[in-house]
Design a protein around this ligand. Structure first.
Ligand SMILES: O=C(O)CC1=CCC(=O)O1
Length: 264
């Protein structure tokens, strides 16, 4: 197990592949950890150096008391990349991980040469919606909302055809430290990158599952429209987590983007 001290926290991460290969860094979504990238990483290994980490409050990383600010998550990732002496990476972020990626591109452009924003937006949901979710989870725990969350994460077809696997993803969600989940909800509630993201001009790919019930294709496309020259691709049949449900399609879109933009 690899742990690193970054921004005052112990962060769990994996850094695989030869040091001189092009680097792709992955940031996870709310209620998941870096295992959500395992299928994507398996398909890219040998061609890239792959860095995955558990965002604060998730997986095996430290879970300080809630609330968190988006700047905390951004500083964690900046500090991790500085600690690994990485610059100019291809940064892939899923949902809140995509907001962290936008924040890195805005505040530390030296760290990132291209963005892949999966099932994310400059602003996700409303403050009232996040406040309501935080109150429900504070009262009943993550378990109280696990079923509707899993319905947004995965398509009906996936949930019906892979019941055992669903047990595993449900355990990942419900075992997320409560303060980590609540702290990150607060960060999402308080984030609106619309103006700053509209100033970005680096190569950007925006992806979205056609069945995503959390960040809908319309919402993700609206964020893509903010970024000059960005590309928008839909992942047919996937819910909010295409990296788990449709890794082949995600990897094809990602590698096409990398080649088209001559990032290797
Ligand atoms: O839990 C959800 O509804 C999906 C989600 C929103 C932000 C995030 O990271 O995941």
């Amino acid at each position: 197990m690899d742990m690193i001290r970054a921004n005052g926290l112990a962060l769990h991460y994996a850094d695989t592949g030869e040091a001189d290969l092009p680097v792709i860094v992955f940031s996870n979504s709310l209620g998941t950890d870096f295992r959500s990238w395992d299928r994507v990483a398996a398909r890219l290994s040998g061609q890239f150096r792959l860095v995955r980490y558990d965002t604060r409050g998730h997986g095996l990383s430290d879970a300080p008391d809630a609330p968190y600010a988006m700047s905390d998550h951004i500083d964690d990732l900046s500090s991790l990349l500085d600690g690994l002496k990485l610059k100019s990476v291809i940064l892939v972020g899923l949902s809140v991980g995509g907001q962290i990626a936008q924040g890195i591109a805005i505040h530390r452009p030296d760290l990132v040469r291209a963005l892949v924003l999966c099932d994310t937006a400059a602003k996700i949901g409303t403050a009232d919606m996040w406040q309501g979710r935080m109150e429900a989870i504070d009262k009943g725990g993550i378990e109280a909302l696990a079923d509707p969350i899993l319905e947004r994460w995965f398509s009906d077809a996936f949930r019906c055809s892979r019941p055992e696997e669903l047990v595993g993803w449900r355990a990942m969600l419900t075992r997320t430290p409560k303060q980590g989940y609540l702290g990150t909800c607060a960060a999402i509630r308080d984030t609106d990158f619309t103006e700053q993201t509209a100033q970005l001009s680096l190569p950007t790919l925006c992806l979205c599952g056609t069945n995503d019930g959390a960040t809908t294709p319309e919402l993700v496309q609206a964020t893509a429209n903010l970024i000059t020259g960005s590309r928008y691709v839909q992942i047919e049949g996937a819910g909010h987590l295409p990296c788990i449900e449709c890794p082949d399609a995600l990897v094809t879109a990602l590698t096409d983007f990398i080649q088209e933009n001559k990032l290797v």
